[in-house]
Ligand binder design. Structure first.
Ligand SMILES: *[C@@H]1O[C@H](CO)[C@@H](O)[C@H](O)[C@H]1NC(C)=O
Length: 296
């Protein structure tokens, strides 16, 4: 009903609401385009990692539109310290999962020069044909410790020096129990290839809370990325997608993980599936860049 006022003025409600709506839209669009953002810039701040500029790929589109980290354009890495500064600590650590106790091989690189009690923990998983030893061999654990972070790698069940095995159904429980038992906080999970079977469900079964379980994610061409396409858009986990440009899995991995709103991609030029083995320096550079961004 239009309603007739005592004055006799006829008010057409749909027209009034329509004009108000148009004015509101114009106001919002103007605010956003002028760079002010809404509510004092909250909208523009939400999409930042640390103090870095946005890494959002709003369209979620595939290759060619990614925010790219180019290893060859990054600064040189800090030099490793003299021998003896970093000390490797290896142990068999007991973890109980679903009533079963496993002995898990853990390697940590200790840095006597830094206090890591409040630092990020960089937690390395590995691919099917690999183990924690590979991260030792290419000095990844040394670099991470040298940068001031807690530096930890494990041998996943049935691999390397972890003889005990568990069923796939308990992969998430295993990771969860291990992280708790080790007292790890502020975790960045580095997860290549086969270890995607552990890290992906752990992080993205419940995508809205993935940031409670990790502060950063570095997938290196993991398996099973397509299984979580529905979940990625709901996660705010900062992610660095690392892949070798010669890896046949790269396209699928990139298309899937690009659905994560806070991702950057770091192609390692000319490298294959195990790109960190093919070009450790480029891998270390992009990792260093990502970790600095999380803490700055
Ligand atoms: C990275 O930078 C190098 C040197 O400037 C350039 O040749 C290369 O094409 C760049 N790669 C990407 C993926 O942009």
């Amino acid at each position: 009903m239009g309603g007739l006022r005592p004055s006799g003025l006829h008010i057409n409600k749909p027209v009034v609401f329509g004009l108000f709506g148009i004015a509101l839209v114009v106001f919002i669009v103007t605010r956003v385009y002028m760079g002010g953002g809404l509510a004092g810039g909250v909208a523009s701040r939400v999409f930042q990692i640390g103090s870095r500029p946005t890494v959002v790929n709003p369209s979620g589109a595939g290759r060619g539109m990614e925010p790219v980290v180019n290893a060859s354009k990054l600064d040189a890495l800090p030099a490793l310290p003299p021998d003896g500064t970093l000390v490797k600590k290896e142990e068999q650590f007991k973890v109980t999962v679903a009533g079963q106790t496993l002995n898990v091989q853990v390697v940590q690189m200790m840095n006597s020069k830094t206090d890591v009690s409040n630092a990020l923990t960089v937690f390395f998983l590995h691919g099917a044909a690999f183990s924690s030893q590979n991260w030792v061999d290419i000095k990844t654990l040394d670099h991470v410790a040298n940068w001031g972070y807690r530096s930890i790698a494990i041998d996943l069940p049935g691999k390397g020096k972890t003889a005990d095995t568990i069923s796939t159904a308990h992969y998430v429980d295993f990771l969860s129990a291990f992280i708790q038992a080790m007292g790890m906080t502020k975790i960045v999970i580095v997860s290549p290839s086969m270890s995607g079977g552990y890290a992906l469900p752990y992080l993205f079964n419940d995508p809205k809370t993935s940031t409670d379980r990790a502060v950063g994610y570095v997938p290196v061409a993991p398996v099973q990325t397509s299984a979580f396409r529905k979940q990625y858009p709901e996660s705010q986990l900062p992610t660095l997608i690392v892949y070798g440009t010669k890896d046949s899995m790269a396209e699928t991995v990139l298309n899937d993980l690009s659905l994560l709103p806070k991702h950057e991609a770091a192609p390692i030029e000319g490298a294959g599936h195990a790109c960190y083995m093919n070009n450790p320096e480029a891998f270390h550079k992009v990792l260093y860049h990502f970790l600095k961004g999380l803490t700055s």
